[in-house]
Design a protein around this ligand. Structure first.
Ligand code: DGI
Ligand code: FE
Ligand code: FE
Length: 399
């Protein structure tokens, strides 16, 4: 197996890191890539709003997940856990021990290739792993790096590859941190990393979470869930806006409800119950044991208390999983957008999509019937509100 090791302070992890990581994986044919956030020496004076090692780790995990390469990518916190100064050679020794039969590649920026001879035990570093150095494609840098690479081969018997990144996104972390403090710089970050920064108030962002723009709210929501759900959330937002336009509902409310509807989807049962407790959400017996039914309640609670959203949005989120008797137009829109947004694919989805734009209540009935049918097949108990939503429609729709 070919394993890439990408060290850095990742303060913060940005699109420059992500594009080079992706390209290095392709160009070297890596089977795995490990991000290794480095410890920042405690004697470095850190400005206010600087992330803790835990925050840098969390941001790196979010950034790595955003590559959507599943098990091929991971984050290793061994340097953050280590006491005292971290030498690259120690890190590579540990990886060598952990992966004895595998081919290791240490990824580095161009400046690191030039300074490597001054590092601790460069010869051993070169024996432990191949070196892959990123070159900016402009100027004479690739040539100068090739010269340096040749020298390292001769001096240390190193395996060195200079990776010319065609579309590398040039990002200066120092500049980015300054931009973030001034409310800018989001375009250089994976949205979910930016959302984490806003939620934690890192780098002096100090945004009031109760008054975010749509883009900031979207970033926050995406930062709370695994990247595999991002397309769905964006799909629900898009579909909800379209349905709102079709049926004369408030598009902005629909958009924000769509953005936030699944933000607590991946919280564990314990965290879900804690939020319910904190905000006085009373649960029935089925809800207490079905974690899947809780994210709509807890999502609504955070929409209200953390993100300061109006009541209509919170209600639409609250009812999006089960539905209920006598739903508002916005509640129906979010329920249906969740069901048939463009990424959903199941038998009958096309018919449901069409119906959503012809007759909202007929579509709601169809959605509820399909949902109940599927739950029955899986032997899952139907919640009384799901049944209640359908019963209400059956009684009132044609009457
Ligand atoms: O969050 P999404 O996956 O986008 O969709 P959702 O909010 O509709 O959640 C779907 C899950 O909720 C699915 O695992 C089934 C569960 N669910 C929906 N209605 C009921 C239900 N579970 C029970 N026990 N009873 C219901 O009536
Ligand atoms: Fe949901
Ligand atoms: Fe959803």
């Amino acid at each position: 197996m070919k394993i890439g090791i990408y060290g850095g302070t990742f303060n913060p992890p940005h699109l420059g890191h992500m594009t080079s990581a992706r390209l290095a994986m392709e160009m070297l044919g890596l089977d795995r890539l490990l991000f290794v956030p480095a410890a920042i020496p405690p004697h470095k004076a850190l400005p206010e709003g600087s992330p803790s090692p835990e925050d840098r780790l969390a941001m790196t995990v979010i950034a790595a997940d955003s590559l959507l390469l599943r098990d091929k990518v991971a984050v290793d916190d061994l340097e953050l856990r280590r006491e005292g100064k971290s030498f690259t050679v120690d890190t590579l020794r540990q990886f060598r021990e952990e992966y004895p039969g595998d081919e290791l590649w240490f990824l580095m920026g161009s400046d690191m290739l030039f300074s490597l001879p001054e590092w601790h035990l460069p010869e051993e570093i070169c024996a432990l792993a191949g070196l892959a150095a990123f070159a900016r494609s402009e100027g004479d840098e690739p040539e100068r790096m090739e010269v340096q690479a040749e020298r390292m081969r001769a001096d240390y018997g190193a395996r060195v590859t200079v990776l010319r990144l065609p579309e590398v996104v040039e990002v200066s972390s120092t500049r980015l941190r300054a931009q973030l403090a001034g409310g800018e710089g989001a375009e250089f970050l994976p949205p979910s990393v930016y959302g984490y920064i806003l939620r934690m108030g890192l780098y002096g962002t100090h945004k009031d979470l109760r008054h975010l723009t749509d883009a900031e709210l979207r970033a926050c929501s995406l930062s709370m869930v695994y990247a595999k759900r991002h397309a769905h959330i964006l799909g629900v937002e898009e579909e909800a806006v379209r349905l709102a336009r079709r049926w004369g509902a408030d598009e902005e409310l629909a958009r924000r409800a769509g953005i936030l509807h699944d933000c607590t989807k991946y919280l564990e049962l314990e965290q879900q119950l804690q939020i319910c407790d904190e905000y006085g959400i009373v649960l029935d017996d089925l809800e207490r044991i079905s974690v899947k039914l809780l994210h709509s309640k807890t999502g609504a609670a955070l929409a209200r208390h953390l993100y300061g959203q109006p009541e209509e949005i919170c209600q639409a989120i609250f009812w999006h999983t089960t539905g209920k008797a006598d739903m508002t137009r916005l509640e129906k829109i979010i329920y249906l957008a969740d069901y048939m947004e463009p990424n959903r694919d199941f038998p009958g989805v096309e018919e449901l999509r069409k119906l959503c734009y012809e007759d909202l209540d007929a579509a709601l009935q169809m959605g509820l019937e399909m949902s109940i049918e599927e739950l029955r097949e899986r032997g899952v108990p139907i919640h009384r509100n799901t049944q209640g939503a359908l019963d209400w429609l059956l009684e009132h729709r044609k009457g």
